[in-house]
Design a protein around this ligand. Structure first.
Ligand SMILES: [Zn+2]
Length: 121
C-alpha cells in the first residue's frame, strides 16, 4: 500500500487489515473502492484500540487464537497473534496456504495467496 495514501498504521496493522478484509497487498490505493476503504479503516480502528488497551498487537479473530485452534502461541518480539505479518513460509491460519512475503517500494509485504487473491495488477 502506498504510504502517501494511508499514512501511519505501521507495517503490522497494514498487513493484517488487508488480510482480514481479503485485499491483495499489491493492489494500488486508487484501485480500492470506497466500501473496501471503509471496511479497512473500521477494522483498523478496532484493532488499534484493542492494541492500546492490551499493550500488544493481536489481529486474529476469536476462532483463530491459539486456545481456539489448539496451537502453540506465536513467538515474536511484538508479542501478539497475527495472520500474516512475519509468517512467510508458514501455513495460513484460515486456509492453510503458505503465507507469502515480498518487498514493494522498500516495505515488506505479507499476505496469503488463498485469502487475498491477486487483483491482477
Ligand atoms: Zn489463507
Amino acid at each position: 500500500m502506498d504510504q502517501a495514501v494511508v499514512a501511519g498504521p505501521g507495517n503490522i496493522y497494514r498487513a493484517e487489515v488487508l488480510f482480514r478484509q481479503g485485499v491483495d497487498p499489491m493492489l494500488p490505493g486508487r484501485g480500492v473502492g470506497r466500501a473496501v476503504w471503509s471496511a479497512l479503516w473500521d477494522d483498523l480502528v478496532v484493532l488499534m484500540a484493542e492494541g492500546v488497551r492490551t499493550g500488544r498487537i493481536d489481529t486474529v479473530r476469536a476462532e483463530h487464537t491459539p486456545e481456539a485452534m489448539g496451537r502453540a502461541p506465536r513467538v515474536d518480539d511484538h508479542g501478539g497473534e497475527v495472520y500474516v505479518y512475519r509468517r512467510a513460509g508458514l501455513p495460513c491460519l484460515v486456509c492453510g496456504a503458505e503465507v507469502r512475503a515480498a518487498v514493494l517500494a522498500g516495505r515488506n509485504l505479507f499476505w496469503c495467496p488463498g485469502c487475498q487473491p491477486s487483483s491482477g495488477v
